[in-house]
Write a protein that binds this ligand. Structure first.
Ligand SMILES: Cc1ncc(C[n+]2csc(CCOP(=O)(O)OP(=O)(O)O)c2C)c(N)n1
Ligand SMILES: [Mg+2]
Length: 405
């Protein structure tokens, strides 16, 4: 019979010498910094390193492919910065920045096949980009005029989910459907689902329930979480006593940790995980270890709860810079390419701004007209009452844009 104290930390070993809380936290921080169990194909210094397990999922990633990934990340970062600025200018109620998480999102997004389905949280602007969603289609969510302007079925990208972890249930259910409808298998049409969430979401019951259902139904779902080390002001060590990817073992499926600032590694590992799922070996948990270089949202002030040193350290691991260095040093790419991407990002930023400031306010009855597909007498009555109230004002200006979380 196994020793019931097996789970206890092995050092120090004497039963009356349990490690202090600080000892445990310090150990966790050290583990969180990555190590032998962190898949990496591109170092922060831009050097391509071999990986015996995952190189086979990166064989086609030549100079042209790398330039494409660089372009993706630069353009996504650029419209993300514009989103922040537009909120500060009063054009958006809130913006949720992705600064620093470009590689984690572009790598995972570019690993998807058109037939795969993705369920985002609220920060996945980079994944949206890889699904062909124009950045302007995200603006209504943050301006408070709609819940997203794309068709989730066409884009194979669900609407944003603000309720933390809830999309893990939706994604698991969707993936179970893929299995029941025999869409899992060896052929080129085989499908998988990917579910995005954050480190903080791993503490939610919905995520646990999703893991349990996915495990026992062998659902073809990749649970891909970006550990940006913060859940608003809560650090990862307040969420867990073990590196989060190791939790997968308790559910009976593989868990793996990848350098979330390394776009090649994120792409290769997600390709592997999706392939496992498509061929019936799902689910898989992927932890993309990264860092949120900006505030949680434009309503947050991270200087209240974290040290500037931490940010400075992570700037040295910037996901875009390491690709730029690699393109220059190992592929001989010159300034012309980088200037071209810069010009393209300027044009995208201008179009994004222009679209935002010219967005018409939604019709005043919109919140009633889209509740039920076939109408409802109660909602219709509320609609009439509201419209009459609205008409009682002399001027019907644009709705105010406010703050929020
Ligand atoms: C069920 C629920 N509880 C609380 C919140 C408020 N809230 C919004 S974001 C957030 C933190 C999420 O952190 P994490 O999962 O790490 O994702 P990140 O924002 O870091 O990408 C919380 C608690 C919420 N939206 N939903
Ligand atoms: Mg987080």
């Amino acid at each position: 019979m196994s020793d019931p104290h097996d789970w206890a930390p092995s050092t120090p070993s004497a039963p009356d010498q349990h490690p202090s809380r600080e000892h445990v936290l310090a150990g966790l921080k050290a583990t969180d910094e990555g190590g032998a169990d962190l898949v990496q194909l591109l170092t922060p210094e831009g050097e391509r390193v071999a990986d015996p397990r995952f190189d086979q999922f990166a064989t086609d990633l030549d100079s042209a492919a790398l330039q494409g990934l660089y372009r993706d990340m630069v353009l996504v970062r650029r419209f993300d910065r514009e989103g922040n600025a537009l909120q500060r200018q009063g054009q958006l109620g809130i913006w949720v920045p992705l600064l620093g998480q470009e590689a984690a999102q572009i790598g995972a997004g570019r690993a998807l096949q058109p037939q795969d389905m993705a369920f985002p949280s609220y920060r996945e602007h980079g994944v949206a980009w890889t699904r062909g969603i124009d950045p302007t289609e995200l603006l209504g969510i943050f301006r408070g005029t709609d819940h997203g302007a794309w068709d989730p079925k066409d884009a194979r990208f669900h609407l944003y989910t603000i309720v933390i972890g809830n999309q893990c249930l939706n994604a698991t259910g969707y993936a179970m459907g893929q299995r029941f409808e025999s869409k899992v298998g060896e052929g080129p049409e085989a499908e998988a689902t990917i579910c995005f969430f954050g480190d903080g979401a791993t503490s939610q019951g919905d995520v646990h329930e999703g893991f349990v259902w996915a495990a026992v139904y062998d659902a073809p779902v990749v649970f891909y979480f970006q550990n940006n080390q913060w859940a608003i002001s809560e650090p990862t060590e307040r969420q867990t006593r073990v590196p989060l990817y190791k939790r997968a073992a308790g559910y009976g499926f593989p868990g793996i940790r990848v350098d979330g600032n390394d776009v090649l590694a994120c792409l290769a590992v997600t390709r592997w995980a999706l392939e496992e799922c498509r061929t019936g070996n799902g689910p898989v948990l992927v932890e993309a270890f990264t860092y949120r270089m900006d505030a949680h949202t434009t309503s947050d002030d991270p200087t209240r709860y974290r040290l500037a040193d931490e940010l400075e350290l992570w700037k040295l691991k910037d996901p875009i810079e390491r690709v730029r260095v690699n393109l220059v040093r190992e592929h001989g790419i010159g300034q012309e390419f980088f200037s071209g991407v810069q010009a393209e990002s300027d044009a995208l930023a201008a179009r994004f701004r222009e679209y935002c400031v010219n967005m018409p306010p939604p019709a005043p009855d919109r919140m009633f007209s889209q509740v039920y597909a076939e109408g409802s007498t109660t909602v219709d009555a509320q609609r009439q009452e509201y419209l009459a109230y609205h008409e009682s004002f002399e001027s019907h200006g644009s709705p105010a844009v406010g703050g929020g979380r």
